[in-house]
Design a protein around this ligand. Structure first.
Ligand code: URP
Ligand code: ZN
Ligand code: ZN
Ligand code: ZN
Length: 472
């Protein structure tokens, strides 16, 4: 008998964003061609008995191989970053192609393609970061790039190298409306953070912990509201990314009640860490391991984030993987001589692409806070819908790419740096007990990772994206 499918996945419980059911999956030429009680002969058989069969994770917010301006070095390139992503149950990641001020956005995009080419273990697409919205960028480069399938871009309301003025934000939003692109906003008020930083430094409060005080939730709330106002004025949908707590969340809910097109993302650090982690041991420099922006808040904020994950305030749960070394070679890590003088020089960002899915599953599904369907929506289906990849990605359906993660809901393990594939020399989640792990990651019908180890070639492909469902 000639096998009609290349691969059959048998006996598992398929979970989508809407429902769960027992069925076999048949795969041919990298796509799902059959979902039925019994798929007949296939060249390769995978027994998924006792496992959940999920759409492969889509991590819609990761930073890989981004240059820095201070001599520190990002700990993941596309090889290690996507290796880590695949081991953690992901089949697609969306890193950023970051414009450096004074340079062409198109040239930056070309440079990131070169960095990624042939190196990826997951499929990859790029969001743009617009840091220099010159007339050339607004009038020519951005519109052309959106038409070429780069249908989302991020803007920053803080960071010296990236911050846009309100006038610039409005201009970028205007282009997004015209070109049907989705804007992602890093909403923290730059002047408020600078004011807080100066005050803290004047008082000699320079340890990593004070990063969390400088990046106050009030500054995040204010910027969130300001971004929403600009979006309303320009009539454009936006995503507020990496929302840390109750205050900014309430601004998003306020906007939604008024019918404004505001979407929201949150991240593992806001459910698994608090600002007390930045204290390290007795306010020592260990706290730098947890420095990211916005910073983790407190347990009340964590409770608020869970409410938002349950009630749909958050549609996206991404890692914001932004990996640095803690030590690193001379001057390249978070622990560098300048960072020792003030929290303001500690590179912002933490690794998390490999631990995103286990943390949300364990803390959310295993502990009964969210359903497994919601888990799928937050980590795969909604990112695909919002970023123009659906239904090719983020779905278990006939015709979809066979991007599938087999998940053991009962497997218990502990997060340990030595088991992770990322480039960083630490994980902020060291010692965290997890129930539920990805046991096999299948990319377009081929197994790429098993039990935390990548076992295939780097066959990840670039994905050109369509218009976001938030815009269409
Ligand atoms: O601290 C963070 N999150 N660094 C990554 C860059 C960003 O703002 O997303
Ligand atoms: Zn950001
Ligand atoms: Zn939405
Ligand atoms: Zn980020």
């Amino acid at each position: 008998m000639s096998a009609s499918c290349d691969l059959a996945i048998r006996g598992g419980t398929i979970v989508t964003a809407a429902d769960r059911f027992r069925a076999d999956i048949g795969v041919r030429d990298g796509r799902i061609v059959e979902i039925s009680e019994r798929v007949e002969g296939a060249a390769e058989e995978v027994d998924a008995t006792g496992l959940l069969v999920l759409p492969g994770g889509i991590d819609a917010h990761v930073h890989l191989a981004q240059p820095t301006s201070d001599g520190t070095v990002m700990a993941d390139d596309f090889e290690t970053g996507t290796r880590s992503a695949a081991a953690g149950g992901n089949t697609t990641v969306l890193p950023f192609a970051m414009q450096i001020k004074g340079t062409s956005l198109r040239d930056c995009v070309t440079a990131y393609h070169r960095k990624a080419e042939g190196k990826c273990y997951t499929d990859v697409s790029f969001h743009l970061i617009v840091s220099d919205p010159t007339p050339q960028v607004l009038g020519q480069e951005l519109p052309a790039l959106v038409r070429d399938g780069y249908t989302s871009f991020k803007v920053f309301m803080t960071y010296d190298d990236l911050v846009l003025s309100d006038a610039e934000l409005l201009e970028v939003f205007d282009v997004a409306r015209r070109e049907k692109a989705l804007v992602m906003v890093h909403a923290e008020g730059h002047d408020a953070i600078k004011y807080m930083t100066r005050k803290l430094e004047e008082d000699g409060r320079t340890a990593p912990y004070y990063h969390a005080e400088a990046h106050a939730e009030i500054a995040e709330r204010e910027a969130t509201h300001r971004a929403i106002s600009h979006a309303q004025l320009t009539d454009v949908p936006i995503v507020i990314v990496h929302v840390s707590g109750r205050d900014p969340m309430e601004q998003i809910q306020w906007a939604r009640k008024r019918g404004l097109k505001v979407h929201a993302e949150t991240c593992p650090q806001y459910i698994a860490l608090t600002k007390d982690d930045l204290k390290g041991l007795n306010m020592d420099f260990e706290g730098a391991k947890y420095v990211c922006s916005p910073p983790p808040r407190d347990t009340d904020s964590q409770a608020a984030i869970w409410e938002g994950l349950r009630d749909g305030t958050f549609e996206l749960f991404s890692s914001d993987h932004c990996p640095f070394y803690f030590q690193g070679a001379e001057g390249t890590g978070k622990d560098n001589p300048r960072a020792r003088t003030s929290f303001k020089w500690v590179p912002n960002g933490i690794p998390g692409v490999e631990t995103r899915l286990p943390i949300l599953f364990s803390e959310g599904v295993s502990k009964g806070r969210i359903s497994v369907e919601r888990f799928v929506a937050l980590t795969a289906t909604n990112p695909a819908r919002l970023y123009g990849l659906y239904p090719r990605k983020g779905a278990i359906a006939i015709g979809a790419d066979a991007d599938i993660t087999l998940w053991d809901p009962d497997r218990r393990d502990t997060i340990r740096q030595e088991k992770l594939n990322h480039g960083s020399d630490y994980t902020p989640y060291e010692g965290m007990e997890i129930t539920g792990w990805p046991v096999r990651t299948i990319l377009r019908g081929r197994t790429v990772a098993r039990d935390g180890q990548v076992e295939a070639e780097a066959t990840g492909q670039y994905q050109s994206r369509g218009v976001s469902e938030a815009v269409a």
